[in-house]
Design a protein around this ligand. Structure first.
Ligand code: GP9
Ligand code: MN
Length: 623
């Protein structure tokens, strides 16, 4: 490797090594990427190299002055990409995708949250850049410019290409179908590195843009066959149980199931919900299935019984699509349909998407009196939100379908002292400490709403469905969570922590606890069947939670899945009763089904396939 020893490559090598080392340290220190074996660790270690060599190698074609400038600017830009992912990761525990960058409507409100995740000390993430700049400025002898020969360049790129294939080859053996059927971004970054991942994301973006134009009604046939084969007929005991009743949905912001029937500092966290559960149907093994679209993804799942997208928020990317959503169907059945949420109406593009989903009315920020006194963090506090919403409810035509979206229990979980009903927890994470306090507050707000509903006579005429929209505590807080729960947070526990409460209250019914697994995708058919509305012609992936003989499978957006007995994470099948890995074959049959569902659902959305489908469930040939 004589060429490497020649100092003419020195600057390229220095720039590469600096960023390589930094990226690897970031994997460990910031992204907390862990590996299961030496091979995975090796892939993780080498994966930044190929991209860096390709980029810095371009400098071989430049003159000295331009060469230095090019290397410096590239290094800064690459560091910028890494840093943007670091900040994003702190907040969302995920990596950036291109569609997210187009969600400009969300930026105003996100400002405070994002700023809270940026610190002056983050300058350490640019140390390598300063070192590089210093070296270039000092111009030591070993980086002196020497022209590259054609042979130099060829050898350089041959070696680089070999590294690329070596990396991809290892990754493919470690994780088959990595680039074709992987929905988990952490796995991608683990195997190909954050920079190649960014390129791959650009490729995916162009591919999905083309998908709609190329789609035709033929694509629906296979999907429809799959859906029809998986349909379960409703439970005759429950079908029509709530016929003609109002439908009140309450989206509990960031509420996870671990707070239910639990205490902090000896005090109940959700005293009201704990009581309410006793007179309702309660599903302790119900999971959120959201992706990057967070609350909007949960709304999408509940309304459409389709999966959200693996990249970006479908509320933003596909609001022009044809849907067959819950509000539209209820509207056709004589319901007035509304969503109530005291945030700016463009957040998550709701004002546009709600039209596509068939909401008759969106009560947003403009419909509420919001002052400094009655708001905190993201906006109007839940108690005044419900107080003011009752007025809207009373004015609605009946029967109505009203969805309330709460907000106070949102990161960073702020609450004024006067509203704190319990003491914060005591751990190294303020997020976790304060989370309990805001959950407790929302519990109180819901209690007051129910009292108001009773007082106004609406209660006995309504089914009330409460669900958690997504997790509130990310893996960044595992240490504090482990302290609170008194156990290690393994990948198995992390998956189990994605449980969110689901409570269904039907007037006149005693209710009970149903242990079978379920997910947000199952709510649409569940609700429609309770109202006595047939769903046989809908194209959807959920199954009525009360149906007999349901498939026990809950698929997460990143490909993890849960059954009544197993939890599947990252190639490992865990036995639920022990939390320990078991024979992978036991998860095998479910794995194929999970991937197929995600793929079919994506096809429907990317191809806008529901435009080829009429209300009666017939495929039509509309272009
Ligand atoms: C914003 C609210 C919170 O309107 O729904 O959004 P989230 O950050 O939870 O997706
Ligand atoms: Mn939310």
């Amino acid at each position: 490797m004589k060429f490497l020893k020649q100092s003419k490559f020195a600057l390229i090598m220095i720039a590469t090594v600096l960023l390589w080392v930094k990226t690897y340290i970031t994997y460990k220190a910031t992204f907390h990427i862990s590996t299961d074996n030496a091979m995975q660790e090796f892939i993780l270690f080498i994966n930044p190299i190929s991209f860096l060599l390709i980029i810095f190698g371009i400098s071989m074609f430049l003159k000295e002055k331009n060469r230095n400038r090019y290397i410096l600017i590239s290094s800064l830009l690459i560091s910028g990409i890494l840093y943007a992912n670091i900040v994003f990761y702190r907040f969302f525990n995920d990596f950036i995708t291109l569609p997210l960058l187009f969600q400009t409507n969300n930026f105003r409100d996100l400002d405070s949250s994002v700023m809270a995740e940026m610190h002056l000390t983050d300058l350490v993430y640019f140390i390598d850049f300063f070192i590089l700049a210093l070296i270039i400025y000092l111009k030591p002898k070993f980086i002196e410019h020497q022209p590259f020969t054609k042979i130099n360049r060829r050898v350089f790129y041959l070696v680089t290409a070999a590294i690329v294939f070596f990396n991809l080859g290892l990754a493919e053996t470690e994780r088959p179908q990595l680039l074709t059927r992987t929905f988990d971004r952490e796995l991608l970054v683990k195997n190909i590195g954050p920079f190649n991942y960014t390129l791959y994301d650009i490729y995916l973006q162009s591919k999905t843009t083309a998908q709609k134009a190329l789609a035709s009604s033929d694509d629906l046939v296979e999907i429809e066959n799959y859906v029809r084969a998986n349909e379960k007929s409703p439970n005759p005991k429950m079908f029509g149980k709530a016929k003609g009743k109002n439908v009140i949905l309450i989206s509990l912001e960031s509420t996870q199931s671990f707070v239910i029937n639990s205490t902090v500092n000896g005090q109940e966290i959700t005293p009201f919900l704990n009581d309410f559960i006793k007179e309702s149907y309660y599903f302790p093994n119900f999971y959120h299935q959201t992706g990057q679209g967070k609350t909007s993804d949960s709304e999408f799942l509940v309304d459409n019984s389709l999966y959200p997208l693996g990249r970006g928020a479908v509320f933003f990317t596909h609001s022009n699509n044809e849907f067959r959503a819950l509000p539209e169907i209820l509207s056709e059945n004589g319901y007035f349909t509304a969503s109530l949420h005291a945030n700016n109406k463009g957040f998550w593009n709701r004002d546009i998407m709600y039209n596509a989903l068939g909401y008759n009315r969106f009560y947003s920020m403009e419909d509420y009196e919001i002052t400094d006194e009655n708001s905190i963090g993201w906006g109007l506090k839940d108690i005044p939100f419900f107080e003011q919403s009752i007025q809207h409810l009373q004015n609605m035509p009946k029967p109505f379908h009203a969805k309330f979206i709460t907000l106070t229990n949102h990161h960073p979980f702020e609450l004024g002292e006067e509203d704190q009903l319990i003491e914060p927890y005591n751990s190294n994470s303020n997020t976790v400490n304060n989370y309990f306090v805001t959950v407790r507050y929302t519990d109180e707000a819901v209690k007051r709403l129910i009292e108001e509903l009773k007082a106004s006579g609406i209660y006995d005429d309504s089914i009330i469905i409460m669900y958690g929209d997504h997790y509130g505590i990310s893996e960044n807080h595992n240490k504090a969570m482990s302290q609170y729960l008194g156990k290690d947070i393994t990948p198995f526990e992390t998956a189990q922590l994605q449980r969110v409460p689901l409570i269904i209250h039907i007037p006149g019914e005693k209710g009970k606890t149903i242990e079978e697994v379920g997910g947000q995708i199952d709510l649409k058919p569940t609700i429609l069947h309770l109202l006595g509305i047939d769903t046989g012609s809908d194209l959807e992936f959920g199954q009525d939670l009360f149906a007999k003989g349901r498939t026990d499978l809950v698929v997460f957006r990143d490909g993890r899945f849960i059954t009544n007995h197993f939890v599947y994470v990252d190639g490992i099948c865990y036995d639920k009763s022990t939390g320990e890995p078991t024979d992978e074959g036991l998860c095998g049959p479910y794995r194929e089904k999970a991937l197929t569902e995600l793929e079919y659902s994506d096809k429907i959305i990317y191809g806008d396939l529901l435009r080829f489908f009429d209300e009666d469930g017939n495929i039509i040939n509309k272009e």
